[in-house]
Design a protein around this ligand. Structure first.
Ligand code: NDP
Ligand code: 8X3
Length: 258
């Protein structure tokens, strides 16, 4: 039995990549899950996979676009009793679009990234934090990025969103310091998920080039870290984890084999 047994874990962006791996890992740790994303069909398939692997797992799926504050409130307000006391929230939903110079970024992509990566986690926190404060219990795990502490050409908006999330994480630690609620951030470097396919608008070949000649992290690597963070004793708050592939030195430097 782990410290997470029977606890409710709310994951955003659970339909793919890191969020999907988190769903598997938290289920393995005995948690009850709330899986959210826009693609409900994927969540339902994931629920079936998890229940097949862990027959006692409690899994609640909800279609959710984190950009929609009212929808977030509605999903949180209608959680079934088995998962309504959310103990851990993994603020993972996020995306990048394009690699354009600052002056060339399409306005719709500016909004898309800011709304998803910054307003999204804020919407989720606004809905879940009051309950955590009331219960005097909870753990916020934000999925930031190496792009939240570094910057690279073509990343003005995405890097800005992850720097903003880093600021939000730090603010929360101040605001919640006098409560038992913990706040953590994981900042991954290159993780091979659907992230780059989304960045390059479905261009799989271009996405593959991002990881060419190097061994990137996997969603599973990040999920294991998330569960590690969530299973420390109550007095231990892992504030910040920067995790990169062994082949990666910085946001812009990777060792690539021919
Ligand atoms: P994926 O594209 O594989 O997964 C992204 C997830 O976010 C999907 O489940 C998607 O679900 C969800 N999502 C996107 N927009 C929304 C939205 N508006 N509302 C709800 N869910 C949404 O990428 P990753 O798993 O790699 O990305 C997860 C997080 O990790 C992101 O925050 C990303 O910035 C961060 N990250 C990724 C790195 C990488 O190299 N892959 C490195 C560092 C950080 P759906 O489309 O069904 O809504
Ligand atoms: C994802 C990593 O370097 O593509 O956050 O921005 S990077």
């Amino acid at each position: 039995m782990t410290r997470l047994a029977g606890k409710s874990v709310f994951i955003t962006g659970a339909s793919a990549g890191i969020g999907k791996s988190c769903a598997h890992e938290f289920a393995k740790a005995g948690a009850n899950l709330v899986l959210t994303a826009r693609r409900l069909d994927r969540l339902e398939l994931l629920r079936q996979e998890i229940v097949a692997a862990y027959p006692n797992a409690v899994v609640h799926c909800a279609q959710l676009d984190v950009r929609d504050a009212q929808a977030v409130e509605k999903v949180v307000a209608s959680l079934p009793a088995t998962v309504s006391n959310v103990e851990v929230v993994v603020n993972n939903a996020g995306l990048v679009r394009g690699l354009d110079r600052t002056e060339d970024v399409a306005l719709e992509n500016v909004d898309l990234m800011l709304d998803t990566n910054v307003k999204g986690p804020l919407n989720v926190l606004r809905a879940l934090l009051p309950g955590m404060r009331e219960r005097q219990s909870g753990h916020i795990i934000n999925v930031g990025s190496i792009a939240g502490i570094e910057a690279y050409p073509g990343g003005s908006v995405y890097c800005a969103t992850k720097h903003a999330l880093n600021a939000i994480t730090q603010v929360l630690r101040h605001e919640l310091m006098d409560t038992p609620i913990r706040v953590s951030e994981i900042k991954p470097g290159l993780v091979e998920t659907e992230f780059s396919v989304v960045r390059f608008n479905g261009d799989q070949a271009r996405a593959d080039q991002v990881y060419e000649g190097m061994t990137p992290l996997t969603g599973q690597d990040i999920a294991e870290i998330a569960v590690f963070i969530a299973t420390r004793p109550q007095h231990v708050q892992i504030a910040d984890v920067l995790v990169v592939a062994t082949d990666q030195a910085s946001a812009t430097k990777c060792h690539r084999r021919p």
